[in-house]
Design a protein around this ligand. Structure first.
Ligand SMILES: Nc1ncnc2c1ncn2[C@@H]1O[C@H](COP(=O)(O)OP(=O)(O)OP(=O)(O)O)[C@@H](O)[C@H]1O
Ligand SMILES: [Mg+2]
Length: 239
């Protein structure tokens, strides 16, 4: 269960004319209880979606209010929250740290599997499940963008998170790879929160949140909520 209690995110903004820094509201206050298994977050560029996503695993901490994941407060139990909440970035290069796929997945397994040979075997099996068996020993940079995103997801899933938060995981991918990643996300037993500009993907969620100007302005079943977002964007385009 994901709970946001009046969560507010602010940032200090420098004054270009040299005056004192000012406090800007980036998001909130937002109160949400999310128990659905598939949640999509949509919104315009700069509306606050990534800020909301990052709140969920403690990458961003609320300046006021609280964020509680599975009973753990992100401000008080940061490391435990990050073990429970996997985070996938738009650009897989932001999170792939090892030279080869098998090493990257094995690194994610180091907390749960002591033996290095067993880790490697499990890493190869995980890569085989997503169709990357024959890429396991290539340099990571030799993989296509789609393959790298699949690898990033595999590495995060190897940590066995209870919740997966993905910030635009398919934005850089072509249609085929988008379908591969969407299908993988749809098959997961975990609770998955996906920030996306892909409204077809959002319509397949159980619940959709629309973020606008740092607030959740619509929240509900996919069809009416995506329709409300489209109407909001049409109004914005006319302004
Ligand atoms: N640390 C920060 N300091 C100041 N402003 C910030 C900070 N982090 C984010 N912002 C601002 O907050 C707003 C929301 O950013 P956020 O990244 O959450 O938007 P987004 O909805 O994910 O946009 P996009 O669709 O472009 O990824 C933006 O205007 C951004 O510039
Ligand atoms: Mg973003």
């Amino acid at each position: 269960m994901i709970e946001l209690h009046q969560a507010l995110v602010t940032a200090w903004t420098p004054d270009p004319s040299g005056g004192p820094d000012t406090v800007t509201r980036l998001l909130g206050p937002v109160s949400l209880t999310i128990a659905e298994r598939r949640v999509a977050v949509v919104g315009a560029n700069g509306s606050g979606k990534s800020t909301l996503a990052r709140l969920l695993n403690g990458l961003v901490l609320p300046s006021a209010g609280s964020v509680v994941i599975g009973g753990l407060d992100t401000a008080k139990d940061g490391p435990a929250v990050r073990r429970r909440v996997g985070f996938v970035f738009t650009d897989p290069d932001a999170q792939l740290v090892m030279p080869t796929p098998v090493e990257d997945v094995a690194l994610s397994l180091r907390r749960t599997v002591r033996d290095a040979a067993a880790r490697e075997e499990l890493a190869r099996a995980a890569l085989a499940r997503v169709g990357l068996a024959d890429r396991a020993d290539l340099p990571v940079h030799a993989l296509s963008g789609g393959q790298r995103q699949l690898l990033a997801l595999t590495s995060v899933l190897a940590t066995e998170p209870d919740v997966l938060v993905c910030d635009e995981p398919t934005t850089l991918l072509d249609l085929r790879w988008r379908a591969v990643v969407d299908d993988l996300l749809a098959s997961l037993p975990q609770q998955v929160v996906v920030v996306t500009h892909d409204l077809d993907a959002a319509r397949r969620a159980d619940r959709v949140l629309v973020v606008d100007d740092g607030s959740v302005v619509h929240d509900g079943a996919p069809e009416p909520t995506v329709a409300a977002y489209e109407a909001l964007m049409r109004t914005a385009a006319r302004r």
